[in-house]
Design a protein. Structure first.
Length: 203
């Protein structure tokens, strides 16, 4: 395991010409405080909002062995930040991706489990709420690319978390608070990685 943090966001898609999840991911990956906390700079991946981007871009990034993965996506109808605790093995054939394609089947993985759950501690919500008190836990990451990418990332043997954000102006106070909260979450994810490594060493 190389020890780096992988931060992901999404590019534009129909009706969302500027995706705030990309802005959050980019600002977080370049955040000087996070770089000081981690020692090694995070690695950034902005995914095309297309189903084939999972195999083309996400899977190779996962193959580099991140120590933790923090993913962002936008929920266009949401009013608050949602910390997603699971992804399900389900896709929608109703909503086309940015390339105009829909999922080819209803299940994401033919032989995969019905759901995959994040093992991340509830502490991440506490630390995020320190910056945005309105954030909440969620068990429904949708049926679109956010859920599909999260489901795939949760196969990895490391802490993985997906955060859905509402539509936010890139210059808003709330955007600034969210990024500061994301620094706290990223730090907690890497702490969990270190705690897990210590437990394995003691066995």
């Amino acid at each position: 395991m190389s020890g780096h943090l992988l931060v992901t966001g999404f590019g534009p898609f129909p009706r969302v010409p500027v995706n705030p999840s990309e802005i959050v991911a980019r600002r977080l990956a370049a955040h000087p405080r996070l770089r000081r906390l981690l020692g090694d700079p995070p690695r950034l991946l902005v995914l095309r909002t297309a189903y084939d981007a999972i195999e083309e871009s996400l899977v190779p990034a996962l193959a580099q062995g991140p120590a933790a993965i923090l993913m962002f996506g936008v929920a266009t109808r949401a009013r608050r930040v949602r910390v997603e605790m699971r992804a399900i093995n389900r896709a929608s054939r109703l909503f086309p991706d940015a390339c105009g394609r829909v999922a080819t089947r209803l299940s994401l993985e033919a032989d995969g489990p019905s759901q995959r759950r994040s093992t991340v501690s509830i502490k991440v919500l506490t630390r995020l709420r320190g910056r945005d008190a309105s954030c909440s836990l969620s068990r429904d990451a949708g049926r679109y690319l956010c859920n599909a990418s999260y489901y795939r990332a949760l196969r990895e043997d490391c802490p993985v978390l997906f955060v859905h954000i509402p539509p936010l102006s890139q210059n808003s106070i709330r955007m600034t608070r969210l990024i500061e909260g994301a620094v706290e979450v990223a730090d907690e994810l890497m702490r969990e990685t270190r705690r897990s490594a210590c437990r394995k060493t003691r066995r």
